[in-house]
Ligand binder design. Structure first.
Ligand code: NAP
Length: 520
């Protein structure tokens, strides 16, 4: 039997008492490790996190906690090779794709270490200036932001075991809030190893960072009113969490990052082969193939003027045809595996459903796998579908409301600018839309039209062609999250991320009392 990974709860490493669930290599098919959370004393473990971890973190200043993030950065960098090995084995990703997760995590931590240092020796944050409540200013209201006195429970998705932990833990720990992470079972190994390294290095106070691997049973039941819950995963699970008494009755604050049918939109007036056209083609192919399309921000719908449908189909397909798919250990392979047989089946099912309303422009099935057994490996080639004409774009409802979490995108032709915007909005709220064009005024107008239904609008004009940060790359300086279908959550966005881990309160008092907290 493979190694059983330990949970860290109540300041101790503990095995589950059950047989455990096996994690697999999605390319070679063999068992790697097991996880199990059966029999853990969750109430005692959560109380330890709140009372020991929380109190110790809150006793420190933002600068001291930022120093801890800096120390975590150094530790993770030192162990980076081991993390890449786990990612290859458990996520089936090529090196560049593992880097999106692992180096993305380290970069995000580094940014919060810097932002936190700038907050200095404070233990809470002043929010705005005092507002007069009496005519002569003798009675005022000062808003404060105070670290929540509960814990932060993270229930994470399988596609980012490293970044998914640290993009949430960095602002939580910086805020002074202890973290309990429950990684998705399929890829829990990397999260567990990173937590183990950080805990064993003694960087954080006892109880500040805990990990529960395996079933989520009982986790939500153990939450209390001042805890916060951050969830990343499917809309179906999100709906269950929203209905749980912890959220519905005990007002546990919840952040949800769910499915998203993200768009790329080429504005009118661009010829095939123009700089903007080429930038769109390149980005679409990159987004479809990075991490085999298992990115919540990946481009799923590609909107082009109907006159450019054929040229775009040809250009994207030509690049996709060059994508070698298979065993990430083979250096010629550019795209590795999906995470599991279950995901492979879900992608194939989703693809079939989309094909009922679209034509196939590039068939993923045409890609022979490199160094991988198709009967075992969870690899699929990239597929580009298309709705053929503008009327088809209106009719193909599934294209606008079903997310296939793999290397699949649909080309959607539009009649005019108004039609394009209307079609993009049929995603009913997404994490990100990217716009391509060379007319700055038209780009700015389109960005404003779409900003309310996206967490982020990524504008790629030739001036930014060589330096833009990528449609799907989540930068800690920018907001991550989206309204509607995307879950309604907000993460990152620089110091805005700290809002989720603080409580805002107004203190109403005479100026002499409020002056005790005057800005330094
Ligand atoms: P999922 O089934 O909803 O699982 C997500 C997490 O929830 C896992 O840790 C899972 O644990 C846990 N979970 C499952 N059932 C639960 C329950 N009843 N109570 C509490 N926790 C529960 O999602 P998935 O299919 O693994 O993830 C892929 C989806 O995530 C995609 O649809 C993608 O769009 C979305 N996603 C969104 C973002 C974003 O930032 N918006 C990022 C990444 C992924 P187990 O693994 O143990 O079942």
């Amino acid at each position: 039997m493979s190694e059983l990974l330990l949970n860290h709860l109540g300041g101790q490493w503990r095995p589950g008492t059950g047989a455990g669930t096996a994690l697999f290599d999605p390319v070679l098919g063999h068992e790697l490790v097991r996880v199990d959370a059966t029999g853990l004393d969750l109430p005692a473990g959560f109380a330890f996190a709140r009372e020991q971890g929380g109190a110790a973190l809150r006793a420190l200043t933002y600068r001291q906690r930022a120093d801890m993030l800096g120390a975590i950065v150094k530790l993770l960098q030192a162990n980076r090779d081991a993390y890449f090995e786990i990612a290859t084995a458990n996520s089936g990703t090529v090196k560049n794709d593992s880097a999106v997760d692992i180096d993305g995590a380290i970069y995000t931590l580094g940014i919060y270490a810097k932002l936190g240092a700038a907050l200095g020796e404070q233990r809470f944050l002043l929010d705005g200036e005092p507002a007069a409540l009496a005519k002569d200013g003798a009675f005022q209201s000062q808003h404060l932001q105070l670290p929540v006195r509960g814990l932060a429970l993270f229930i994470n998705a399988f596609n980012f075991p490293a970044w998914g932990l640290w993009e949430k833990a960095a602002p939580a720990l910086l805020s002074g809030v202890p973290v309990v992470v429950k990684p998705a079972t399929a890829t829990a190994w990397l999260t567990q190893r990173m937590v183990k390294d950080v805990v064993d290095a003694g960087i954080l106070p006892a109880g500040a960072l805990s990990v529960v691997c395996g079933s989520s049973a009982g986790l939500l039941d153990t939450l209390q009113p001042f805890d916060v819950l951050s969830f990343t995963g499917s809309a179906d699970t999100a709906a269950l969490l929203r209905r749980h008494p912890a959220v519905a009755e005990r007002s546990v604050r919840v952040n949800i990052e769910a499915d998203s049918i993200n768009s790329a939109l080429l504005l009118e007036g661009e010829a095939p082969g123009s700089a903007a056209f080429e930038l769109l083609v390149k980005e679409v192919v990159r987004e479809m193939t990075v991490k085999s399309g298992q990115k919540c921000t990946a481009i799923r719908r590609v909107f082009v003027p109907q006159a450019l449908y054929a040229a775009t189909a040809e250009a994207v397909s030509a690049r996709l045809a060059k994508t070698s798919v298979g065993n990430p250990r083979n250096e010629t392979v550019r795209m590795g595996a999906l995470v599991s047989r279950a995901q492979r089946a879900a992608v194939q099912q989703g693809l079939q459903a989309l094909k009922a309303q679209t034509e196939v422009l590039h068939d993923g099935a045409a890609h022979a796998l490199v160094d991988a057994d198709p009967a075992v490996a969870c690899c699929v080639g990239p597929s580009l579908l298309g709705t053929r004409d503008a009327a088809g774009s209106d009719a193909a409802g599934r294209v606008h409301d079903s997310e296939v979490f793999g290397p699949v995108a649909t080309l959607v032709p539009y009649r005019d600018a108004a039609h394009a915007l209307q079609l993009v909005r049929r995603g009913e709220g997404s994490l990100v839309a990217s716009l391509y064009g060379s007319d700055d005024a038209a780009l700015a107008d389109a960005a404003l039209e779409l900003a309310d239904c996206h967490g982020r609008v990524h504008v790629v004009s030739p001036a930014a062609g060589a330096v833009h940060s990528g449609h799907g790359n989540v930068m800690p300086q920018s907001l991550h999250g989206g309204p509607g279908r995307a879950g309604g959550g907000e993460e990152l966005g620089g110091l805005r991320a700290l809002n989720f881990y603080h409580r805002r309160a107004a203190v109403q008092a005479a100026p002499g009392v409020l002056a005790r907290w005057a800005r330094g």
